[in-house]
Design a protein around this ligand. Structure first.
Ligand SMILES: C[S@@+](CC[C@H](N)C(=O)[O-])C[C@H]1O[C@@H](n2cnc3c(N)ncnc32)[C@H](O)[C@@H]1O
Length: 304
């Protein structure tokens, strides 16, 4: 048990994640992604996905989420991947541990096409809860495209704290008087202004940029699971597609940053982190999961 593999900035531990988490220095990890146990009750050949009732499962997660928060860098982000069984419980737990202001979004990832179920709607998506340690300072790299886009920086309705008067390009904008509010904070607006992206049209603020909008519905074909639920798995039963991790790691970390996954599985996070030039730390209680991950990391190393 303990450190299982270390090479080229990637470390894999064969141990319970709570043990590893307790040993991590405070503020040392830039980005955490965990595809946690969904608590389906299913038994796989190398681990059991059964944590008891939702309340029991929540208490199992509590010290782990607390330690993840402690280990996160002051401007770090965390993405917790779960599904309908645990998502509401995890949302409340994360709100308690991180604070409601640190919640950024709930991402819906379509994992499969309709399969046809009995007397119910087919579950086709899972959920990624996205939090940051500090809502005023975190990494979010917007994806840049070629097309110019104009996006309003306001919405209708007065909103406390967001209907303040601001000066844009030397002109005073009083959204409260127009019964509107700002969609961005003062520092975010300042960044956009600094980049020369903000313009007023009929006295209202708009952003002109080449940023590709990314919504919280991730339903592209590249986001679908690559395995089927009935075939025999080749290396690992339930890997997430690399596209999910590619998007998260590109947006929420910098090259050279430390990315962590405390529920390694087939090592998708480790693989994508390595491909994108990030350092990696991760663990799994299953030797098979560690072996599969190490095999993939070594293959990338040899191919590079
Ligand atoms: C859903 S799988 C992760 C799949 C992964 N995202 C992928 O792309 O392959 C969850 C993993 O968590 C591991 N696990 C379960 N309990 C754990 C614990 N207490 N500490 C560390 N890993 C654990 C299981 O062995 C399993 O490999």
């Amino acid at each position: 048990m303990g450190l299982y593999y270390e090479n080229d900035g990637a470390r894999v531990y064969l141990e319970d994640n709570l043990e590893l988490l307790r040993e991590l220095p405070e503020g040392s990890v830039n980005l955490i992604y965990c595809d946690i146990l969904y608590n389906t009750g299913k038994v796989f050949d190398d681990y059991s996905d059964d944590l008891g009732t939702p309340d029991e499962a929540t208490e199992w997660y509590r010290p782990r989420i607390e330690q993840m928060r402690r280990a996160l860098a002051p401007n770090g982000s965390i993405f917790i991947h779960c599904n309908w069984r645990m998502d509401s419980y995890m949302r409340i737990l994360m709100d308690e541990v991180f604070g409601t202001k640190c919640f950024r979004n709930r991402i819906y990832r379509k994992h499969s096409r309709e399969r046809g179920f009995y007397a119910n709607f087919d579950s086709q998506m899972d959920i990624i809860l996205y939090y940051v340690k500090n809502p005023r300072k975190f990494i979010f790299h917007e994806l840049q495209g070629d097309a110019n886009r104009i996006v309003p920086l306001y919405e209708n309705g007065e909103l406390e704290g967001r209907s303040d008067t601001r000066v844009v390009n030397g002109e005073t904008v009083d959204l409260k008087a127009l019964n509107k509010h700002w969609l961005v904070s003062v520092p975010q607006l300042a960044d956009m202004e600094h980049a020369g992206e903000v313009q007023l049209i009929n006295g209202l603020p708009y952003r002109f940029s080449k940023v590709i909008p990314v919504g919280n519905l991730w339903d592209g074909p590249e986001m679908l699971d690559t395995y089927t639920r009935t075939d025999t798995a080749e290396a690992y039963d339930t890997p997430k597609p690399e596209a999910v991790l590619d998007r998260i790691i590109r947006i929420a970390s910098e090259p050279g940053d430390l990315v962590a996954d405390f529920f390694l599985g087939g090592g998708t996070t480790a693989v994508v982190a390595k491909k994108l030039g990030r350092r990696f730390i991760g663990c799994d209680i299953s030797r098979k999961a560690c072996d599969v991950t190490v095999g993939k990391l070594e293959k990338i190393r040899q191919d590079q």
